[in-house]
Design a protein around this ligand. Structure first.
Ligand code: FNR
Length: 364
């Protein structure tokens, strides 16, 4: 089997499932509780239809985008996901090589197995750093300094992972896979798990229980971050118009509309459903990008037409990574890019900029 045989991104999922340990697959696949949000992220694309503009010359399609002055060849970006060595020994380095091959924006998780310096080198250019703030501001500050030092232009602060979470799919698969792996299904302390999360190297983690569980995070914490870095600050996990407005008022540079791929609270709301009201609230005052459930070029075009400036994928590239390493990730990103280009062409939009609300309508 080769990644070139894949017809769409879903083809990678069974190959990854066969390759990676069950608990690791569970870590990736899991939602929360009844996984209503996880399913809504896929199902709700059906609530929206594309509205093609005919008789435009679309012989040349430009899928590039620009964010904070940097150009990327595709509107599809690589979401930050933790511990990529669960899926392939080359982990985030393989992802970086694939992102470089297609000139995609890559976001790197705080919980990556390779450090932001090593991944930046492999990407051949800056990545955006996703921050799990941690309950201690000192830890957050040390991580921010590390990202600054690596030349990251954007700090993506994740705001939707505050509590321990009921990942039932993961818990069930863990029962059939009792190995200790110093990772997702490690029952030992966070400090020992962090030994393989190299962004934490040299940082004192005494008393820290988890990477994501920063339940004390508030607007004031984000303000304090502003004082310790010149990076642009974006928030990942905004899902309501009210919070988007607050983000503008608090001087945030941009937001990623996300429900963490259905891995935060099981609130039942998809991001494609939330996106239009958030775009309306923001009124172009800062960039809005989106992720959660995006698998098809038409999914991406719907969000871009609503006004998102870029669209992220998480699990699809992890399926690619687990199935074939770098080549799998490359092919997944290529497939979404090819589909996006075809959907733009079919819809009569030559460039991402040309897509606007007239290309999409809500049907339910
Ligand atoms: C994630 N996500 C995530 N987000 C984040 O801010 N920091 C992280 O470390 C992780 N880790 C992580 C691990 C795994 C295995 C998954 C699947 C997801 C969430 C991720 O950035 C993104 O929001 C979702 O993956 C997007 O949804 P889809 O594309 O997976 O449906």
């Amino acid at each position: 089997k080769s990644p070139k045989e894949a017809i769409n991104v879903f083809d990678f999922e069974p190959v990854a499932r066969a390759n990676v340990p069950p608990a690791h697959f569970g870590y990736m696949a899991s939602g929360i509780d009844d996984e209503v949000t996880l399913r809504a992220n896929r199902e709700d694309f059906r609530k929206f239809q594309l509205m093609p503009h005919r008789l435009n010359d679309v012989s040349k399609i430009d899928t590039s985008i620009e964010l904070f002055g940097t150009k990327y060849d595709s509107p599809i970006f690589v979401c930050p996901t933790g511990a990529n060595q669960f899926f392939h020994p080359d982990g985030e380095l393989a992802v970086a090589r694939a992102a470089k091959a297609g000139n995609h924006l890559q976001m790197l998780s705080t919980s990556s197995n390779f450090s932001v310096d090593d991944v930046t080198k492999e990407r051949g250019g800056p990545v955006w750093f996703q921050l799990y703030a941690s309950p201690s501001f000192e830890v957050a500050k040390a991580l921010i300094k590390r990202a600054d030092g690596a030349g990251c232009p954007v700090l993506m602060v994740t705001v939707d992972r505050l509590a321990g979470r009921n990942q039932e799919t993961l818990f069930r698969l863990m029962k059939s896979d009792t190995r200790q792996c110093s990772g997702c299904h490690d029952r030992s302390s966070f400090a020992s798990r962090a030994l393989r999360r190299h962004n934490y190297d040299g940082i004192d983690l005494t008393g820290i229980k988890g990477a994501g569980e920063s339940s004390n995070l508030d607007w004031d914490t984000v303000k304090r971050m502003r004082d310790v870095t010149k990076m642009k600050i974006m928030l990942k996990g905004i899902i309501t118009a009210d919070d988007a407005e607050l983000a503008v008022q608090n001087g945030i540079d941009g937001i990623l509309v996300s429900n963490h791929g259905g891995r935060g609270e099981d609130n039942g709301r998809s991001t494609i459903d939330a996106l239009p009201e958030i775009i309306t609230a923001v009124k172009g005052r800062m960039p809005v990008i989106v992720d959660s459930g995006f698998r098809r070029g038409t999914d991406a075009v719907k969000a871009l037409a609503m006004g998102a400036q870029a669209v992220g994928v998480g699990r699809p590239y992890l399926w690619g990574l687990g199935a074939f390493g770098q080549e799998g990730v490359e092919r997944v990103l290529e497939l979404v890019r090819i589909e996006t280009k075809a959907a733009m062409q079919q819809c009569g939009a030559k460039s991402v900029k040309e897509l606007n609300a007239s290309y999409v309508r809500r049907v339910t």
